[in-house]
Ligand binder design. Structure first.
Ligand SMILES: *[C@@H]1O[C@H](CO)[C@@H](O)[C@H](O)[C@H]1NC(C)=O
Ligand SMILES: *[C@@H]1O[C@H](CO)[C@@H](O)[C@H](O)[C@H]1NC(C)=O
Ligand SMILES: *[C@@H]1O[C@H](CO)[C@@H](O)[C@H](O)[C@H]1NC(C)=O
Ligand SMILES: *[C@@H]1O[C@H](CO)[C@@H](O)[C@H](O)[C@H]1NC(C)=O
Length: 388
């Protein structure tokens, strides 16, 4: 009897440490090439690359792929996520040789010296150009097959959704499903493709936008502030949410599960908080809140505790965005500034993005607490299995 307890205890702690060891989230940043177009003194790709590295980001997402930018990351350990612009999707869907041509410009000259990991075919295409949605899956397949033709197997292919346009609800997360008709046209075949190719589901997640749509959400809940009343319980799954970000991630996880795919990794391609807005009614778009959000986000991702439904959390998350687009051009919708840097490259916030994204100390003490609890529970004959 005692022996089986110990075997069980060992097994329990072993599984826990397995989970712990695989929990890492890469924190990256999005760079929009629109930024260079709107800046009075455009920065060189080399300046941008060294800024990304010096800030300590492990990964960079190019909102529009640009060969000069990819070149600037040659021989660096920064991984790259490239995006094919929406308007090129029908062309690439039409003919695989167009896909090969795109890869010859954007990937072949640089890979593997530049660590390109992912190509997103389009960004929020369903919303911005819905008439192209039937081209999305053929374009993704063509890029995938073209990579295989070129003998490249380490780059995964996907597309990027925006949360608000893809998922029906964020609360409770367990009741979320994908919106029709996107589910049947795009998402269902995409999920099958992602599973077959070991690729990730890419989604832009903005608690800021959801907060603005639902005034009843407490601001601290959107900003990762810990407070005794900052929680919501999902009564179906019986889990407690302490921030809006986790709730939105788990809504995506639930929607995938309902569509029959529980284990596809999630990458948050964009998330952030604006430090200002041209619209004076957006009082929450301020630097203090933006710093709280990004700090809270990075701390949460580094803690390695994941979300209630995804213990390993999201595999990557990209802060939106590196630089403010210059507001005077009116290029940004609603004139919001999302950058973590001013156009003159000075930091807006004091945030540590670098280092190991794993809180060893936190995890060790968590393991210790859970371990002690298990010992305690075993001695008292509690049923501990549901804990795992
Ligand atoms: C990249 O990572 C490898 C292995 O961790 C390390 O040896 C190398 O120095 C790094 N290169 C750069 C440019 O940081
Ligand atoms: C694809 O493009 C190539 C070269 O442009 C052309 O030779 C081929 O006929 C095209 N295939 C289709 C199915 O349109
Ligand atoms: C996906 O990953 C599994 C396990 O790591 C591996 O066996 C399989 O070959 C991979 N499939 C593809 C298409 O890369
Ligand atoms: C950079 O721009 C910001 C905002 O316009 C300003 O507050 C700051 O002083 C500038 N820094 C330098 C070094 O010019």
């Amino acid at each position: 009897m005692a022996l089986s307890f110990f075997v069980f205890l060992t097994f329990a702690l072993f599984s826990l440490s397995l989970v712990a060891r695989t929990t890492t989230t890469t924190v990256g940043v999005t760079f929009s090439s629109a930024t260079s177009a709107t800046h009075t003194k455009p920065l060189s790709p080399e300046q941008i690359a060294s800024t990304v590295k010096s800030l300590g980001f492990g990964s960079v997402r190019l909102e529009v792929s640009d060969p000069a930018m990819v070149r600037a990351f040659l021989y660096s350990n920064t991984t790259l996520l490239l995006t094919i612009p929406n308007h090129q999707v029908p062309v690439i869907a039409a003919n695989r040789s167009n896909a090969v041509r795109w890869l010859y410009v954007n990937v072949v000259p640089f890979f593997p010296r530049a660590k390109i990991t992912t190509i997103s075919v389009g960004n929020d295409l369903l919303e911005s150009t819905p008439s192209f949605s039937s081209f999305l899956i053929p374009a993704i397949r063509n890029i995938h097959l073209a990579l295989r033709d070129l003998g490249i197997r380490k780059i995964s292919v996907s597309t990027t959704f925006s949360f608000i346009n893809a998922v029906t609800t964020s609360f409770p997360p367990s009741s979320a499903v994908f919106q029709e008709p996107a589910l049947e046209i795009v998402i269902r075949p995409l999920l099958q493709f992602l599973r077959d190719t070991n690729s990730s589901f890419l989604v832009n997640i903005y608690p800021y936008n959801l907060y603005r749509l639902h005034g009843e959400i407490p601001i601290g809940y959107a900003l990762f502030q810990e407070h005794p009343f900052n929680f919501r319980d999902d009564l179906t799954t019986g889990v407690r949410y302490r921030n809006l970000f986790d709730m939105m991630v788990d809504a995506v996880v639930s929607a995938m599960a309902v569509a029959g795919h529980e284990n596809i990794p999630v990458v948050v391609t964009e998330t952030g908080w604006p430090s200002s807005s041209a619209d004076p009614t957006e009082v929450e778009a301020n630097a203090a809140y933006a710093e709280m959000y990004i700090k809270g986000l990075v701390k949460h991702l580094k803690s390695g505790i994941g979300t209630p439904l995804r213990k390993e959390g999201v595999s990557e998350a990209y802060v939106y965005e590196l630089f403010d687009k210059e507001v005077k051009t009116g290029a940004t919708p609603h004139g919001r500034s999302w950058g973590i840097l001013y156009p003159n490259m000075t930091n807006k916030y004091e945030i540590e993005f670098s280092g190991s994204y794993r809180n060893y100390q936190g995890r060790n003490s968590l393991e210790l607490i859970v371990g002690l609890f298990l010992v305690f529970a075993l001695f008292h004959g509690f049923l501990v299995f549901p804990l795992l």
